[in-house]
Design a protein around this ligand. Structure first.
Ligand code: PRP
Ligand code: URA
Length: 221
């Protein structure tokens, strides 16, 4: 958990999930010797932990329940509609974890890849639920590096009338540069991450990071 100074600068918009179980799993995820199978499982589990934090603001309503012992007032979620939107490809690895938590969520997809030379995002696909503007959106991608992909995805959502305050960006590792880029672009976005790392290297990879998340999830390298 490097960069505690940065975490406090952005404390209002950025939540670092510092739970010991999350930090333990993140250490295994970073390890270059972790298999693709275990990597995928960990990405899913970490997404679920982040999902808990990112839905903390959901409201509850009282309901009457008969337990085997007596009647009681219990609480259920009050009418929130959720969409989970992965940024392809690596974001796909986080979808299942969120759906275990919010099974009724609809799934949209935004296809972006980083040009290896310019590091700029290139768009290739966007399919979102028709009523996306009425939903709370959990935008998921394991890596927030330069922030270019996240900013482009946020723009796709805003073009479909999703308000900034309804967009929560869930990443597993963030670089300071990426957090700054997203919040300079739109200061109302809430970001959830398991760690804020030190910096980007000359190839715009996060240091220390975990390497290429898409390749490690899908075993493509
Ligand atoms: C990775 C990652 C993010 C992006 C982050 O995807 O999953 O989408 O890079 O970098 P940025 O913040 O500098 O935009 P990549 O472009 O490698 O595509 P992939 O998921 O298909 O592997
Ligand atoms: N994309 C990744 O998968 N890893 C990084 O470190 C940066 C961008």
């Amino acid at each position: 958990m490097a960069n505690t100074k940065l975490a406090s600068d952005y404390a209002r918009q950025v939540t670092v999930i510092d739970h010991p179980m999350v930090q333990h799993k993140l250490s295994i995820l970073r390890d270059k010797n972790t298999s693709s199978k275990q990597f995928k499982e960990l990405v899913k589990e970490l997404a679920m932990f982040e999902g808990y934090e990112a839905t903390r603001h959901f409201q509850l309503q009282p309901v009457q329940v008969d337990t085997p012992i007596c009647k009681t007032t219990a609480y259920t979620l009050k009418g929130r509609k959720v969409a989970v939107v992965p940024i392809l490809r690596a974001g796909l690895g986080m979808v299942e974890g969120i759906l275990e938590l919010v099974p009724a969520a609809r799934v949209g997809h935004i296809g972006l890849y980083r040009d290896p030379e310019t590091h700029q995002p290139v768009e290739y696909y966007c399919k979102l639920p028709e009523d996306i503007d009425t939903r709370e959106v959990l935008l998921v991608d394991p890596m927030l590096a330069t922030g270019g992909s996240a900013v482009a995805a946020i723009e796709f959502l805003k073009r479909r009338q999703v308000s900034s305050v309804k967009i929560r960006l869930l990443v597993i590792i963030a670089a300071p540069e990426g957090i700054k880029a997203v919040l300079d672009h739109d200061p109302a976005i809430n970001i959830y991450t398991c760690a804020i790392d030190e910096r980007l290297n000359e190839k715009a990879y996060i240091v220390p990071g975990l390497g290429d998340a898409g390749d490690r999830i899908f075993g493509t390298k």
